[in-house]
Design a protein around this ligand. Structure first.
Ligand SMILES: [Zn+2]
Length: 428
């Protein structure tokens, strides 16, 4: 447990959150053109206007589109800056997979805050100063690489950069340095394990004890988690965050859902259609330590489900079942059934023989049609493929065409995996 507030009642926590929000609203209402306008339009002109949870819930939502539109209109950094540009020490950008990359700036103060949030992620997973952490990242302009590294420094652990290395070089570095913690995407952990097996490197009895993952829902999916743990002989932890928000989620040793780090973030779950509070829906977050470029009631686009039961670890922080289970906009309707890519992955990963997969959705005769391609190890790939199809029908209530493809023909991913391709808007 990292802070006392975490074990107190939620009333004390909410009071702390509102106090921190008020103190950041002072400089924001004075010096941040983007939020000054937005909050003034909503009738909020002084920090004292936000005293209660009800006041908070009257704050307008912020969307990613608003932030991007603002940066396009006011290049290169937009107007969501509190104070002058010379106060900032870091700039990063999102991958831009869903449009224009968003640039995110940090002051020295907010950079340290971001790193502290990462430190909490390590502490949740039981990582200590004596650990040696290997980062299987490219170390490009994506903020997660660098804040994860900074968080490790605050913890006092030894950091090993895996930038500009091949997968074999990374595996060798893990062995040479006897790294104890691996940080990467769930997909890449599985890919590294595949390479290790081909190279005769024994990971199960190797030095890695803990793996921490982000960037995809995988580590929160029981079947994918089990695959990673078996391949590495390690305990697997899920983490979530976003460039424009911060590292908001961590798993505790119970590994029974993801906690929101509520001393640093105010979180709500809303119905994405109505904007009203919901048990399951879109995560909305305010970051409390990033005054230089804040987000207030920000619609993350992450689909989550609240678990209201108290966690056995003693934390009063919100807990999300299975972490981020997908994006609110990535559900596709297959013959009247809502299907999420993460549900498909959970079924497919339950089959040990499947090493890689890809899902394509087409429109046939005005109906959505799903095809799953599988790489399967072993003597009877067709039997496994049939079983996958049956299980998808049984678990998700949809029929998918399942076929096998030769091994090593599907793409492997180092960062966010793109296994799910919807062709319906691109094909004629
Ligand atoms: Zn817990």
């Amino acid at each position: 447990m990292s802070s006392d507030i975490e074990t107190q009642d939620r009333k004390a926590l909410l009071e702390l959150q509102l106090k921190r929000l008020q103190s950041m609203l002072g400089p924001i209402l004075q010096n941040n053109a983007f939020y000054k306008q937005k909050l003034n339009d909503a009738g909020i002109t002084r920090p004292e206007d936000i005293r209660t949870v009800a006041d908070y819930q009257r704050l307008p939502f912020t969307s990613k589109t608003e932030l991007s539109t603002d940066q396009i209109a006011h290049p290169p950094y937009g107007t969501n800056l509190t104070g002058s540009q010379d106060q900032f020490v870091r700039v990063h950008q999102t991958s831009g997979t869903t449009g224009q990359p968003l640039r995110c700036m940090d002051t020295d103060e907010s950079w340290t805050w971001f790193a502290q949030c990462w430190k909490r992620v390590y502490q949740g997973a039981g990582v200590i100063a004596a650990d040696r952490i290997f980062f299987a990242f490219s170390f490009g302009p994506f903020i997660g690489f660098w804040t994860a590294l900074e968080g490790a420094r605050l913890l006092g652990a030894l950091s090993l950069s895996g930038g500009s290395m091949t997968s074999i070089q990374r595996l060798q570095a893990i062995v040479d340095h006897q790294a104890t913690v691996l940080v990467c995407t769930p997909t890449y952990a599985l890919y590294l394990a595949e390479i290790a097996e081909a190279e005769g490197i024994d990971l199960v009895n190797g030095s890695i004890q803990t793996t921490i993952h982000a960037g995809e829902p995988g580590a929160g999916l029981p079947a994918t988690r089990q695959r990673i743990e078996q391949a590495w002989g390690a305990k697997c932890y899920d983490h979530a965050g976003a460039s424009e928000v911060g590292a908001w989620g961590f798993e505790c040793l119970e590994r029974n859902g993801m906690h929101v780090n509520e001393s640093e973030f105010i979180a709500e779950v809303i119905d994405p259609e109505t904007g009203g509070l919901a048990e399951e829906g879109e995560l909305v977050v305010t970051n409390l330590g990033r005054v230089g470029m804040p987000v207030i009631r920000y619609r993350t686009g992450d689909r989550v489900r609240l678990n209201k039961e108290a966690c056995a670890c003693g934390s009063c922080y919100l807990r999300l079942d299975g972490g981020v289970v997908g994006r609110v906009d990535d559900a596709i309707i297959i013959r009247g059934v809502n299907v999420y890519p993460s549900s498909i992955e959970n079924v497919v990963r339950g089959f040990a023989e499947v090493t890689e997969f890809a899902v394509d959705v087409y429109r046939r005769n005005e109906m959505a049609d799903m095809e799953i391609r599988l790489e399967i190890q072993g003597d009877s790939p067709n039997v496994v493929a049939d079983a996958v199809g049956q299980k998808i029908r049984h678990m998700l209530g949809i029929r998918a065409r399942v076929q096998t493809v030769p091994n090593d023909t599907l793409p492997r991913f180092e960062l966010k995996a793109k296994r799910f391709i919807d062709h319906r808007n691109t094909d004629s």
